[in-house]
Structures are given as C-alpha cells and as structure tokens.
Design a protein around this ligand. Structure first.
Ligand SMILES: [Zn+2]
Length: 286
C-alpha cells in the first residue's frame, strides 16, 4: 500500500512498554448473581478457552514512565497502522454520511505484552481485538511477525486487513450488530451461537473488503496487496487454525468461518464497496 508521507490518525494511543494488569475492572465476575457478558471480538478463534481465560485474569503489570524505545521496524509499523487507521476513518465517515449517519472514530491502542481494556485484561497471545465497551482496537505490533511466521501471511497489506477487520467490528457496533449478537448469546445454545458468531465475523471481513475497495479507488494499492489480504483472511480461518493446532477440524466449534469463507466475504466487500451487500445474517449461503 502506498502510505508513506500520508496522514496518520490522531486516534492512536501508545501504551507500549507500560504493561497491563493490576486494574480492578475485570469481566466475567458475578456481581450479586448478575452475570456480565461482554463480547470481545478477536481476529481469530484459535483457542477461545485460553483467550477468555486471558481476558479475565488479573495480570501483574508494571506501570513505568520510561518511554518505550521502539526499533526502526516498530517505528515504521506504528506509522503504517496509523495511516491505515486514518484511511478507515475517511472511508467510513464518507459511507456513513451517504447513509445520513455520523461515523465515530474508534481509538487504536498499541501495547506490548498485556493491556487493560473495558473487556478485561488481555495478553498479546489473544491477537488483535476490538472491545465494544470502550470502542477501542487493541494491537501488539509483534502480531506482524506472527502473521509472517506463524500464519504465513506476510506483507503490509496483510496487517492492513487485520486492522480493517477490527474496524469492521467497530462499524458493527455503531450499526447495532454487536448488541444484536450479544442478545443472541443468552438465547442460543453454544453450537447455535457459534453459527451466528461466524456470520458476525464474516461481516467484519466483508467490511474490511469494503474499505480495501476504496483504497483501490484512490489508486493506493500496490501490486500484490490484494493477494496479501486474501492470504491473511485465509490464514485466520477456523479450519486452517484447527488443522494446524490439533490436526483435525470441529465445524461446530467454528466461530470465525473457514478460510474459504473469510476470503470470499472479504472479496465480496472488495468488489461492492458498499455496506449493502454485507448482510451475512440474512445470507442463505455463507
Ligand atoms: Zn473478528
């Protein structure tokens, strides 16, 4: 993606080197018998048990006032994600305006190791996530290396896809889909809820594609970018992750969709460029 010298977002909160944990506001605890349910939307559903465990555990972080010293690669990467975020602000503001709505910018939190969010304390092991409770995206930039090495999805636009997917969850929150999903969680069995969650995640992939459509419309895509995004979308598919982790797949446990579905819905959004074609909840076939 052509990004150098372009506007970066002012909505980036740099918490690197500070560590999370130690805070008292954690999720999952029952207060007088009331169960608090918080939807945390992660990029992939690799091992949701661990993830929820991480998000509800109390870490023992340190709060240091020493500024985070970033490497040259981290500096470049943080500038890149800032430009990508700014791009999503521009694109989604326009799309919302066309619909007579106002887009509210999310905040992107850069962290290292672990972080406190309105959804609880998370370690970077959970991967990038969006928390509707505070309308913030959380990302440890080391995920870029993980994308390359573990997920075999290299390239700057692979990372752009990841951010655009999480911004997609923010769009879903603004449009009311997150709230709808939350209400389904209480009504459905786990297996049935997983199916709804797959539709929810595929919609975030679709929205990531919608954003990429507009990046292309401004002639900002470089050769290979689209492929990088599709490779990344495929790499975080439930079937691919499960096959790698345990050697077999359990479709009932899918929460994000197969590699093929994730690629296809991203591509659908990329072709259309509008939110209209993205109703994955009503789609007969996913
Ligand atoms: Zn997601």
């Amino acid at each position: 993606m052509k990004w150098q010298g372009r506007r970066g977002s002012s909505n980036v909160e740099d918490r690197r080197g500070r560590g999370g944990g130690g805070g008292g506001k954690l999720i999952g605890g029952g207060i007088s018998g009331i169960v608090i349910i918080v939807i945390v939307t992660l990029l992939s559903g690799g091992n949701i048990g661990d993830i929820m465990g991480n998000l509800t555990s109390t870490g023992s972080g340190t709060n240091s006032s020493v500024p985070y010293e970033q490497s040259a690669q981290e500096k470049e990467l943080s500038e890149f994600v800032s430009v990508v975020l700014a791009d999503t602000e521009d694109v989604w503001s326009d799309i919302f305006k066309e619909q007579g709505m106002t887009y509210q910018d999310p905040t992107l939190v850069l962290y290292s190791g672990s972080v406190n969010s309105a959804c609880g304390t998370a370690s970077s092991a959970v991967g990038p996530f969006y928390c509707p409770g505070d309308a913030k995206l959380y990302i440890d930039l080391s995920f870029y290396d993980e994308l390359q090495q573990q997920f075999k999805a290299p390239g700057d636009f692979a990372m752009a896809y990841v951010i655009a997917h999480e911004v997609g969850h923010h769009v879903q929150t603004l449009l009311g889909a997150s709230e709808q999903l939350n209400s389904e969680r209480q009504r459905l069995s786990e297996t049935e809820f997983n199916k709804v969650q797959v539709r929810f995640e595929l919609q975030a992939d679709y929205y990531a594609g919608v954003w990429a459509h507009h990046v292309q419309g401004q002639n900002l895509l470089e050769e290979g970018d689209l492929e990088e995004a599709l490779t990344a979308a495929s790499a975080v598919g439930d079937d691919t992750i499960q096959k790698r982790a345990q050697g077999y797949v359990v479709p009932d446990s899918f929460t994000h969709g197969t590699s093929e579905q994730r690629k296809r819905w991203f591509y659908k959004g990329f072709n259309s460029g509008t939110i209209a074609g993205g109703d994955t909840f009503k789609a007969a076939e996913l």
